[in-house]
Design a protein around this ligand. Structure first.
Ligand SMILES: [Zn+2]
Length: 335
């Protein structure tokens, strides 16, 4: 019994295409430490898993928690995941297909590993610790590199008939001649309002000769433009960035309005890198745009909230997946 009690801590990892975040949680699910690393997908499977392991070990060292105290690790993945088999079905940003990641991570780190889709992880986190804590019906929109969504109905994640629900980034918001989206369609919300779409449009305009402080903020290296630089340019009143980001906010509002009209949720909850960087600036604009497109709109019906978790949503959700894995293992053990 005492042996089992020692292993109360879990690790949550948010494994993105650009960065790895790792956090150590204690038995009361408080965050003890956080670490961050670049993913560098070009290193391949072993290289990336090695970087995950380094990030986790650094987080353990920072928390002064020994390896032996960790019950499990949860890993959030930007792609399709087979949770039962611990398999990454497909993760385009990492260029992974049919990868038995749980087993590979267990081999490297020596604790049980659970996988979870990153958006489902974020939604779980919002439900447990974020703005969705007291809500039964809500929709999450995570706006970062792409746009993902999680639908919570009657306090449970709605997975859809084949686990494909929540692709709200691919609702069409530009009916004709919209920009090409990663999914092959045109005019998807993600193609006009994701961070990558915003960056693409800003960079294209600069290359055509438009002036913008972004050129200085990234020292002329456009590949370095992320949410933080966009936020800085926006706050400085950069005309180009303001126009493109405001337009993105209007589209996000249209997306939120569609969700409200269809699902009548208690709230639409916004998260992700772009919201973390610019949420307080963009929320009023997103609300206004949504109000203009919701049937019978009023502030009670059109409730659009910040997740309240910022960058932590992914690691918290992954930590929750780790805890769920331990619970299952214990149940199995005592059955
Ligand atoms: Zn699309």
């Amino acid at each position: 019994m005492s042996h089992g009690k020692q292993k109360q801590h879990v690790v949550g990892v948010d494994l993105g295409g650009t960065k790895i975040l790792a956090a150590v949680f204690d038995g009361n699910f408080r965050v003890l430490s956080r670490e961050k690393k670049n993913t560098r997908p070009e290193l391949g499977v072993d290289g990336v898993i090695g970087r995950v392991a380094e990030c986790v070990n650094e987080a353990l060292a920072a928390a002064a928690v020994p390896h032996a105290a960790i019950a499990a690790i949860g890993i959030g993945i930007p792609g399709m995941v087979d949770r039962e088999r611990g398999l990454v079905r497909i993760a385009p940003n990492l260029n992974w297909h049919e990868l038995p990641l749980a087993r590979l991570a267990e081999r490297r780190l020596h604790f049980p590993a659970a996988l979870i889709n990153d958006v489902q992880a974020g939604t779980l986190a919002v439900k447990h610790q974020g703005a969705g804590r007291k809500l039964q019906n809500f929709v999450c929109m995570f706006i970062g590199t792409g746009i993902g969504g999680g639908i919570v109905l009657n306090s449970e994640l709605y997975r859809g008939s084949s686990g494909m629900s929540g692709e709200i980034g691919h609702m069409v918001v530009v009916p004709e001649d919209g920009p090409k989206c990663g999914c092959g369609n045109r005019g998807c919300l993600e193609s006009v309002a994701s961070r990558s779409a915003i960056v693409r449009r800003v960079v294209a305009a600069i290359e055509k000769g438009r002036k913008s402080v972004v050129s200085d903020l990234c020292d002329g290296d456009m590949t370095r433009v992320r949410s933080r630089i966009l936020a800085e340019a926006y706050r400085e009143g950069d005309k180009l960035v303001r126009r493109i980001v405001d337009e993105a906010a209007d589209y996000i509002g249209i997306g939120a309005a569609n969700l409200i009209n269809i699902l009548n949720p208690q709230a639409v909850i916004l998260g992700g890198g772009l919201m973390q960087a610019l949420g307080e600036k963009l929320l009023p604009r997103i609300r206004k745009s949504a109000m203009a497109h919701v049937i019978g709109a009023n502030p009670e019906r059109v409730k659009i909230l910040d997740s309240g978790l910022g960058d932590d949503a992914g690691i918290i959700g992954a930590g929750l997946a780790a805890r769920a894995k331990v619970a299952t293992a214990k149940e199995r053990f005592f059955r």
